[in-house]
Each structure stands twice: as structure tokens, then as C-alpha cells.
Design a binder for this molecule. Sequence first.
Ligand SMILES: Cc1cc2nc3c(=O)[nH]c(=O)nc-3n(C[C@H](O)[C@H](O)[C@H](O)COP(=O)(O)OP(=O)(O)OC[C@H]3O[C@@H](n4cnc5c(N)ncnc54)[C@H](O)[C@@H]3O)c2cc1C
Length: 430
Amino acid sequence: MAQAYQSPISPGRSWYEDTAGERPRYLALDGSTSCDVAIVGGGFTGLSAAVHLAKAGTDVVVIDGCRFGDGASGRNGGQLGTGQRASADELEAEIGYERSRLLHDLAEEAKAHLLDFAQTNNIEIDFRPGHINTIHRKRFEPDYRAWVETMAERYDYPHLRWMDAAETADRLGSTLYHGGVRDAGTGHIHPFKLLIGTARVAAASGARLHEETPATSITSEGGKVRIETPRGKITADKVLIATNAYVGGLEPVTASHIMPIGSFIGATPPLGDDSPVLPGWESVSDSRFVVRYFRKSPDGRLLFGGREIYSPGEPKAMHEAIRRQIAEVYPQLADVQLTHAWGGYVGITLPRKPFVREVMPNVMSVGGYSGHGVMLSNFAGRLYAEAVTGNRDRLRYFSELNVPPFPGGARFRSVLLFLALNWYALRDRL
Ligand SMILES: Cc1cc2nc3c(=O)[nH]c(=O)nc-3n(C[C@H](O)[C@H](O)[C@H](O)COP(=O)(O)OP(=O)(O)OC[C@H]3O[C@@H](n4cnc5c(N)ncnc54)[C@H](O)[C@@H]3O)c2cc1C
């Protein structure tokens, strides 16, 4: 039997890869070419931008160093969430109510856009409604209750409801948490099905797609941008860097603003119809800084994600660490054998706001959704296309956000991050 494909840049083979259906191959770029817009990175950001650019008649080329979806977009928790990653309170304190409201409304549009895009293009994404934000410390209750009120009264978002510990326990099938907020206005999806479908729509709309084509350098000179790849050069009027956490050494400004953090997910075997786990099929994320997030797949598996400091290179370590976290929430599953365990890199920024910036003339970099990118990355791709085709207003709401670089430079920031994550992981236990 042929060996199953393994992403070269993210650990483990995902349950999504085994259930997404056919994954078309797009041939590597062979020879030099030119285009209006070249996109580096074939995740949600890049492919969504390609769809909307190609539909507007732009000649667009997308390259990915690996296969589309090998980064975060094909391998994430599938939770859409609501609003921005930074809370409305945090945003208001910094940019005022009007701007914060605008970002909330954009996020709502992003959610609707994702679901509408999938439906219009006949992409089955296994959407299930409902999300629960749980608190792992009783002291968070007032903040969560206030959030429900703020959203309903000042952001016209009436879908949140506070739940006490008993109702939370019933809905989760776990007594670990002290309460939570149920969000009836969002839900969760099979991200890899959306990714594959988006690539198909991009290709059908005329975008030229190439996998296994790494950009080795990008230079901007005399109004043109040049991208070097192993077997050809691309000359473009504009370039979108959509490499997010996987930017590596390609472009230093992006690399200094977006930090990769490993996140890991495990899938159990189907739990059966009589399982008390998540009888309402909501997705869940908890109040830890190092968030635990989980949900059930359509065939009843628990897909459980979190992060611990360990080497993702060893599959056994990944299985064990995820199993330990599952057992904290669901002690009855302490001995469950995971069928899959995999990971990927989330692109975070220091203030947990998206990073959208012109990093060289005619070269935009877009990413850093800080764990909130399933809906935002798809929408940011569309906003980039909007900006290229004439309306720069909406992308500007993101590019004007203050996102400073991480301290420490390329050399020391991973060390600082390691220390910071250990500190936060410790604080989560207090
Ligand atoms: C385990 C995990 C769980 C997550 N869970 C959630 C969740 O539940 N909800 C949520 O909202 N968000 C979640 N996220 C975050 C979300 O997946 C991302 O924000 C989103 O997918 C980012 O999409 P992207 O297109 O910007 O980047 P990616 O999908 O990471 O794509 C970047 C692409 O760039 C390519 N690339 C890199 N360098 C080069 C180069 N030099 N040349 C060519 N190509 C290159 C890579 O191969 C990759 O395919 C999660 C992420 C992970 C890893």
C-alpha cells in the first residue's frame, strides 16, 4: 500500500486528511511566468484572495512550498468563533467604540461570508452550529457575564447566554468547568474540506495554482515584484505574502511580527450514540491562556486540541500529551487510544490582532490571526482582493491596527516565547 502523505511542515497525519475526499494535485511551477498578482502561500488567506481576484478578472498565480492545506488551514480546530481574537473591551480601550464595533461587524460579515461561500459553491463543510466558552476558574464568571451583556446591548449580538456550572456540565458531559457562555450565533466546520473546495473554485475561476513551489526570495524594484522559485521566476505587479506562521526566513518584517506557536489535536474513535460527551454537538474552548478546544466530528469522535511544551517530532509524545488533556476533561476517556494526532503552527501577534502591512512596495503581508483565523483568514483574502481591485477602505481597518514586532529579534524571540508560554501555562494552573 502506498504510504499516506505527510505534510513536511506540520507534524502528524490529520483525521481531516482521511475524511476530506479527493485532494487534487496542482503541478509545480516549471518555467518563468508573469501575472498581475502573485500569492505566496496556499492556505485560506491565499486561496480566498485568489478566488476573489480571479473572479474580478485579475491574472493571478498562487504558489505553495508544500501542498495546499499543509499549514494551519487544513489542520485546525474548525471553530469559527465570534468577533476578533482580542476582546471588544480590549479593542475599545485602545481604538474606541466606533472602530471596535466596525471590527466586530466585519467579523460577523466574515462568518456569514464563509458559510455563504461554501453554500454557493457546493462545498460540503460539515457545519454544525453552537459554541461554548467555558471558564476554568470561578473568578472569571463576572467577566464572562459582562461580556454577554456588552455584546447584546452595545454590539447588537444577542446570541450569547451565560450558563451555570450544572448546565455547562450537562452540555459538555464533564463537570470540570465552573460555567460558560453558549454562543448560538456561530459553529464549527471541517476545515480541510473548505480548503480543498476553495482551491477548486480558485482554479475554476482562472487562477493558476502551483503546489510544491517554494518562494526562495521576493524583491520589489521599479514597480515590479520578482519571486524566485527553484524552477522559475514570477514577475508580478503585486504580491500577497500569505505564509502566516510558516514564513520562516522568506520575509523579515512578517517574521518579526508573527510568531509560530505549535498547537496539537487528537481524534478518538467514534464515542457512540449513547456517549454523554457534547450531546448538543457544540464546539468548546476554555478560558486558559493556553486554550483547550474540542468538539465532536460528524461520526462522533472527540477532536481535542491544546498545547503543551514538548517535542512534536515524536508522534508518541503527541498522543500521550493530548490523551492527558482529554482525561482532565473526560476522566472516563483516560485510556482511549487516539486514532490520529497532528499539529500545526498558529500565527500569533503580540497584541493578538491581525497583521496586515505593506512590507515592500506592492507587497502586502496578511496573517497573524492569533488562533482566530478560520473565518478571518478567508475574509482577509477577500478584503485583499477588494483592495487590489479598487476599494482599499476595508483592508485598512486591519492595516491601521497597531501591531508591534516581538522583542528579541529573530535570534532571541523563540527563547522568550518558550519562557512566556511556560509562564502562562503555569498561570493557567493557579
Ligand atoms: C492546530 C491548530 C488549530 C487551530 N484551530 C483554530 C480554530 O479552531 N479556529 C480558528 O479560528 N483558528 C484556528 N487555528 C488558526 C487557523 O488555522 C489559521 O489562522 C488560518 O488557517 C491561517 O490561514 P493562512 O492561509 O493565513 O495560513 P496557513 O494555512 O498556515 O498557510 C500558509 C501557507 O504558506 C505556505 N508557505 C510558507 N512559506 C512559503 C514559501 N516560502 N513559499 C511558498 N509557500 C509558503 C505554507 O506551505 C502554507 O501552506 C488553528 C491553527 C492550528 C495550527
